[in-house]
Design a binder for this molecule. Structure first.
Ligand SMILES: Cc1cc2nc3c(=O)[nH]c(=O)nc-3n(C[C@H](O)[C@H](O)[C@H](O)COP(=O)(O)OP(=O)(O)OC[C@H]3O[C@@H](n4cnc5c(N)ncnc54)[C@H](O)[C@@H]3O)c2cc1C
Length: 510
C-alpha cells in the first residue's frame, strides 16, 4: 500500500505543480486584463478573491443556496470577482473571452443546481458575483423602478413599500432571490394570478453582451429583449439591471394558512382545490404546501396539506369569495389576518410574525440545506387514487416537500409566445417536488436523489406530456445539459429546451 502510494507521488506532484502554475497564471492574467479594461480601477482586496486567501470560501458560500453544490468534490472557481460598477462587468466579459476562461454569473445564488457558482465539468472558470451591484431607484410617479441585478427581491419590495403603500411588484415569494437571475427564468409569486410574472412586468433592461458592450432595450432590439425575459439565466448576456413596472396593491390585503392532514380529509379537499384554484377570483392566490408531519396517533406520520394564501383585498370580501367558490376548505374569519402588502411579503416568505419589514434589507436567506428539486405542470386534476399513491411515496421519505401553485387569471390571458416562459392557458397548477437533507455524505445524497427521481416517474401519468414541461427557474439537470459546456447542437439541446420553453425554444435557438 505504502509502495503504491509513493510510486505515484512524483507524478502527483508534477500534476499538482502544473495545475498551480496554471491557476496562478489564470489569476494573474485575469487580474492584469481586468485592470487594463476597467474604466474605473477596483480595490484588489475587496473585489478579487483567489482560493489562497481566507475570504474566498466565505464569499463562495455567501449566497450559495444549495449546499449539495458546495461539497469538496464539486469543482471550484479559479477566482471570484465582485464588480463595483458596470465597466467592471464589461471588463470581466472581455477578459474571459480573451483568455478563454468560462464565466459563471451570480446574482442571488439560488440556482437549484448551483450553476452560478459551480461547474459540472473540470474546466477552469471564474465567478462574477454581482452582489455589490444592488442599487434600487423607485419612481412612483412613473410607476417604475430601475434595479441592479445583485439586489434581492425582498430589497426591491421593501424599497417600493418605503415610497408607497399601494404599489408592489409581482415576483418571487422567497425574499432572498436575486432579481438578476430570478427574472431571467420568469419569476412567479403570490400576485401572479392578478398581474402575471415578474418577467411579464419588465419595461427595459441594461445588459453586457458577449462582446462586452452595454445595451438597453432600444440598442439590443426587440428579439433579444424578448429572449432575456424568461429565456433562462446566463444565456443571453449579463443583466446589469432591470426596469420594472410597478403594479397597484390595496392598502389592506388578507393572508391565511389552513392545514389539513389526511385524517382531516386532505385528499378530498385537495381534489376540489385542483378543480377551482385556477378559476378563483384573480385577487386570490391559494398555494398548497404538502409535507409529512407527526400524526395525532403517537409515533405515526401523516401527510399535511397547508393552504397558504394571499388575497388582494379585505377579509369580508375574501370570506364571500371563499364561501361561493371553495367552501370545502371551511375558511373562517379567525383564520385570516389583514395587513399591508409588505407585511404579507414577510408572512408568505415565512418570517415570524411581527418581524419588521426592514429585515428585508439584510438580503439574507432564512435557511440553507442540501436539496434536489424537480417540477411539473398539471392540466387535468389528479384523481384521488393518484393522490393516494403520492401520499404513500411521500411517507417513505424523511423530509419531502411539494408546493402546488395555482395558475389561471392573468397567467391564462398572456399568449404563450409573449415571452419565452410558455406555461399559460390550460395549466391548472405547477408542482414543485423537493427533498432536503443535512449531511454532505454522497451516499445520503444519492439515496434522496433516487427517491425524488422515482417519485417523478410515478407522477408521469398525471402531468403534462409531449413535452413533459418544467420551469426553467427550477433548473433540473436530470432533464439534460451541455456535456462539455460548449459543443451542444440545437437538436440535442431541444431535449431539455422544449421542456422548459415548448415552441418558444425554436425562437430562442435561432
Ligand atoms: C429557496 C428558493 C425559493 C425560490 N422561490 C421562488 C419563487 O417564489 N418564485 C420563482 O419564480 N422562483 C423561485 N425560486 C427559483 C429562482 O427563481 C431561481 O433559482 C433563480 O434563478 C434565482 O435567481 P438568483 O439570481 O438568486 O440565482 P443565481 O444562482 O445567482 O442565478 C441563477 C441563474 O441565472 C444566472 N444569472 C444570475 N445572475 C445573472 C445576471 N445578472 N445575468 C444573466 N444571468 C444571470 C446564473 O448564472 C444562473 O444560471 C426559488 C429558489 C430557491 C432556492
Amino acid at each position: 500500500m505504502g509502495d503504491s502510494c509513493s510510486a505515484f507521488l512524483p507524478l502527483l506532484l508534477l500534476l499538482l505543480s502544473a495545475s498551480l502554475v496554471a491557476s496562478d497564471s489564470i489569476q494573474d492574467s485575469f487580474y492584469k486584463c481586468l485592470s487594463v479594461n476597467s474604466q474605473i480601477s477596483f480595490p484588489l482586496s475587496t473585489s478579487f478573491f483567489t482560493p489562497n486567501i481566507s475570504a474566498f470560501t466565505s464569499i463562495l458560500q455567501s449566497s450559495a443556496q444549495n449546499l449539495r453544490c458546495l461539497v469538496p468534490s464539486v469543482p471550484k472557481p479559479e477566482l471570484i470577482f465582485t464588480p463595483l460598477n458596470e465597466s467592471h462587468v464589461q471588463a470581466a466579459v472581455i477578459c474571459s473571452k480573451q483568455l478563454g476562461i468560462q464565466l459563471r454569473v451570480r446574482s442571488g445564488g439560488h440556482d437549484y443546481e448551483g450553476l452560478s457558482y459551480m461547474s459540472q465539468v473540470e474546466t477552469p472558470f471564474v465567478v462574477v458575483d454581482l452582489s455589490k451591484l444592488r442599487s434600487i431607484d423607485v419612481d412612483i410617479e412613473d410607476n417604475s423602478s430601475w434595479v441592479q441585478a445583485g439586489a434581492t427581491v425582498g430589497e426591491v419590495y421593501y424599497r417600493i413599500s418605503e415610497k408607497s403603500k399601494t404599489h408592489g411588484f409581482p415576483a418571487g415569494l422567497c425574499t432572498s432571490l436575486g432579481i438578476g437571475g430570478h427574472i431571467t427564468g420568469g419569476a412567479y409569486g403570490s400576485m401572479m394570478r392578478r398581474y402575471g410574472l415578474g418577467a411579464d412586468n419588465v419595461l427595459d433592461a441594461r445588459i453586457v453582451d458577449a462582446n462586452g458592450r452595454i445595451l438597453d432595450r432600444e440598442s439590443m432590439g426587440e428579439d433579444l429583449f424578448w429572449a432575456i425575459r424568461g429565456g433562462g439565466g446566463a444565456s443571453f448576456g449579463i443583466i446589469l439591471s432591470w426596469k420594472l413596472k410597478l403594479v397597484p396593491v390595496p392598502a389592506t390585503v388578507t393572508v391565511f394558512t389552513v392545514p389539513k392532514t389526511l385524517e382531516q380529509g386532505a385528499t378530498k379537499i385537495l381534489y376540489k382545490w385542483q378543480q377551482v384554484a385556477d378559476k378563483l377570483d384573480e385577487d386570490l392566490f391559494i398555494r398548497v404546501i404538502i409535507n409529512v408531519a407527526s400524526a395525532a396517533a403517537k409515533g405515526e406520520r401523516t401527510v399535511q396539506t397547508s393552504y397558504n394564501a394571499l388575497f388582494l383585498g379585505g377579509v369580508d370580501r375574501l370570506l364571500k369569495v371563499m364561501s361561493e367558490s371553495f367552501p370545502e376548505l371551511g375558511l373562517q374569519r379567525k383564520d385570516c389576518t389583514e395587513m399591508s402588502w409588505i407585511e404579507s411579503v414577510l408572512y408568505i416568505a415565512g418570517y415570524p410574525s411581527s418581524t419588521p419589514p426592514a429585515v428585508l434589507l439584510q438580503g439574507k436567506s432564512l435557511f440553507k440545506n442540501f436539496f434536489k428539486a424537480k417540477s411539473d405542470f398539471v392540466r387535468e386534476p389528479i384523481p384521488e387514487t393518484g393522490l393516494e399513491g403520492l401520499w404513500k411515496r411521500l411517507l417513505e421519505e424523511e423530509s419531502p416537500l411539494m408546493i402546488w401553485n395555482p395558475y389561471g387569471g392573468m397567467m391564462s390571458k398572456i399568449p404563450e409566445s409573449e415571452i419565452p416562459f410558455p406555461h399559460r392557458n390550460g395549466t391548472l397548477f405547477k408542482i414543485q417536488y423537493l427533498t432536503s437533507w443535512q449531511d454532505a455524505d454522497k451516499d445520503i445524497a444519492a439515496k434522496h436523489i433516487d427517491w425524488i427521481r422515482r417519485l417523478y416517474n410515478y407522477m408521469a401519468s398525471y402531468v403534462s406530456l409531449f413535452p413533459r414541461t418544467a420551469y426553467v427557474n427550477y433548473r433540473d439537470l436530470d432533464l439534460g445539459m451541455n456535456k462539455d459546456g460548449r459543443n451542444t447542437s440545437f437538436i440535442q439541446a431541444s431535449g431539455w429546451g422544449n421542456k422548459y420553453f415548448k415552441n418558444n425554444f425554436n425562437r430562442l435557438g435561432f
